[in-house]
Design a protein. Structure first.
Length: 227
């Protein structure tokens, strides 16, 4: 009777081996998501703690003096005095997106498509921003939200969008995302646009409805918020 030879059994470790690049990608993705979550939570807390200041102050709308609605309903002084300022929101989203792109360079489109489309979109965003700023200055009303609005602007890009400056900020980040082919920039744009849509813009609209009740409601009914 033959005896069976026992051969040494080698443990296959290939299934447990992770390439260095895969390990770096996983750690970079985890770090980026943690950083993104912390930034979003900080913005939400800042937005929740921001309260618009009230006060009866007269301005002029098309040559007519605006009066307070009475002691029980004071007209807000400005649209936004909080920490959640639109330029900072988008700047933070772009910076965070580039950090995520370095840690986790995920791509979204082929480069031969993303580069020209992203460049054109970025240039269009800059042109829209300059057009909106020029229209505001021609109307004689301040651009920053921490200064009192003096009139409802209906000319220029405000004929087709109530927020062309914020639209330009969003298009700028989307254009940069396509230009550098960065998935992270697209991901960070989503919470920035959501914060603008659900927190910043509604507060500004409430301020304008209070300060210009008849003019702004008519304008709001005829022009879309974004496009």
């Amino acid at each position: 009777m033959r005896s069976r030879r026992s051969f040494p059994r080698f443990h296959d470790e290939s299934s447990h081996y992770k390439a260095p690049n895969e390990s770096l990608d996983a750690s970079g993705r985890s770090a980026f998501l943690n950083l993104l979550g912390a930034a979003v939570c900080a913005l939400i807390r800042a937005a929740a703690s921001t309260q618009p200041l009230g006060g009866a102050r007269g301005t002029r709308v098309d040559g007519n003096s605006l009066r307070s609605n009475g002691p029980g309903t004071p007209v807000p002084e400005v649209a936004n005095l909080g920490l959640v300022r639109p330029p900072l929101v988008y700047l933070g989203a772009i910076v965070l997106g580039f950090i995520g792109h370095v840690l986790w360079p995920g791509q979204i489109v082929p480069r031969f498509i993303g580069t020209p489309v992203g460049a054109l979109l970025t240039l269009a965003a800059v042109a829209l921003f300059l057009y909106a700023v020029r229209t505001f200055r021609a109307a004689g009303t301040p651009i920053p939200g921490n200064q009192p609005t003096t009139t409802i602007v209906r000319t220029g890009p405000y004929r087709f969008s109530r927020n062309p400056i914020y639209l330009a900020f969003s298009l700028l980040q989307l254009g940069l995302a396509l230009w550098v082919n960065s998935l992270s920039l697209v991901i960070t744009l989503i919470p920035a646009a959501a914060l603008m849509s659900f927190v910043v813009i509604p507060r500004e609209e409430q301020y304008l409805e209070t300060r210009f009740p008849s003019d702004y409601l008519a304008y709001k009914a005829s022009v879309r918020r974004w496009l």
